[in-house]
Ligand binder design. Structure first.
Ligand SMILES: [Zn+2]
Length: 361
């Protein structure tokens, strides 16, 4: 069996785990204490953003420094400001300045849902492995594929989940119909695909409130615009969430499958199986399939929108929660990063083969 890293065992030895002898939600204060213990356990090693839960400003600092240090292959882009005015930045990574049409683009984003803290480290770790720590066996990933890596879709919600409400999920926009009601929309119900039909609530205070209109929130507009601007070459879109070990694909609003469903399943299942070979015993095997059939119906999702406009391979990735639901403890970040990176690599290689078939036809 796969051996569990010591720090996971360390975590299971903590009072917190023994006190409840089960996994459960924690209050923000408890989570902060846990994070402080995790940081202290690193014995003075500087916090590396991909091995931590960095604040939004630290994410920007990290990707800015990557762009500065690797100008030949990395381009820093500012998508725009969030509703509350935070600059949302992402990276384009390419050995050919994004100018070679024979290369597919792999586009991944994270943290559309604010409480899913472990999603951003996965994107930062992917950047790290492609740029700072490119290994010989991964050289093909950098040379044959262009990457758009967008670490934080919803920084306003994320910062709020650090400061006030650990389980906040939505954006933080003021409701245009009733400014006195709850703030924000569910970003993953705000895309223009079967908008406001299934898997949503009309209550502006619900976690699944889709907003007044599709793309009412700038945070989803930025994702939409990247998809359209690069549609001819985006071969795979990965919308990263936590939790549950799922790799899901469309369509989520009516259980119908895209015409290339066999290929979508092939790439998704390869990714899941690759991760499963590295997973902890604590985690279930990845389950791969149609999101409405396996999980529940949704409308206005990023996954369905990208699929509907012509991205050949569009997925929702639900990272492991190890029983902690949305609050995977920091002790697990390294494991999730490492195993997910291998899954990303496997899906990228396979999606590229399908891209070569696509452009040769
Ligand atoms: Zn989510």
């Amino acid at each position: 069996m796969h051996e569990q890293p010591n720090r996971v065992q360390d975590f299971k030895d903590t009072m917190l785990f023994q006190q409840y002898n089960c996994f459960m939600f924690r209050e923000l204060e408890q989570f902060d204490e846990e994070l402080a213990r995790y940081r202290a356990s690193r014995q003075g090693k500087a916090a590396i953003p991909y091995d931590d839960f960095p604040r939004h400003a630290q994410v920007n600092e990290y990707i800015e420094s990557i762009a500065q240090r690797y100008p030949d292959i990395v381009t820093l882009v500012t998508a725009g400001n969030s509703y509350d005015g935070r600059p949302i930045k992402y990276l384009k990574i390419s050995t050919t300045n994004f100018e070679d049409p024979s290369k597919p683009i792999y586009f991944m984003d994270a943290m559309i849902h604010a409480r899913e803290w472990v999603t951003t480290p996965v994107t930062l770790y992917a950047i790290h492995r492609l740029v700072e720590d490119l290994r010989n066996e991964d050289r093909d990933l950098l040379e044959n594929i262009d990457w758009i890596i967008y670490p934080m879709v919803n920084p306003d919600g994320y910062e709020y989940s650090h400061d006030s409400e650990r389980l906040w999920r939505r954006t933080r926009s003021t409701n245009p119909v009733d400014p006195s009601t709850c703030l924000g929309v569910d970003g993953n119900r705000n895309f223009d695909i079967a908008f406001n039909t299934v898997g949503v609530s009309s209550n502006p205070c619900s976690t699944t409130y889709p907003g007044v209109t599709p793309f009412s929130d700038v945070e989803t507009v930025y994702i939409r615009d990247i998809l359209h601007a690069n549609l001819d070459r985006i071969q795979l879109y990965m919308n990263i969430h936590s939790h549950g070990n799922w790799i899901l694909y469309g369509y989520g609003f009516n259980e119908t499958l895209p015409p290339n469903a066999a290929q979508i399943h092939h790439v998704g299942a390869t990714m899941g199986a690759t991760i499963d070979a590295l997973k902890l015993d604590l985690a279930p095997f990845y389950r791969v399939g149609n999101s409405a059939f396996l999980l529940y119906a949704t409308s206005g999702s990023a996954q369905d929108y990208a699929q509907s406009i012509g991205v050949p391979f569009s997925y929702t990735l639900e990272l492991p929660g190890y029983g902690f639901l949305f609050e995977a403890p920091p002790q697990f970040i390294g494991q999730i990063n490492a195993e997910t990176w291998e899954g990303i690599a496997a899906s990228a290689r396979l999606a590229r083969l399908y891209y070569r078939a696509r452009i040769n036809n």
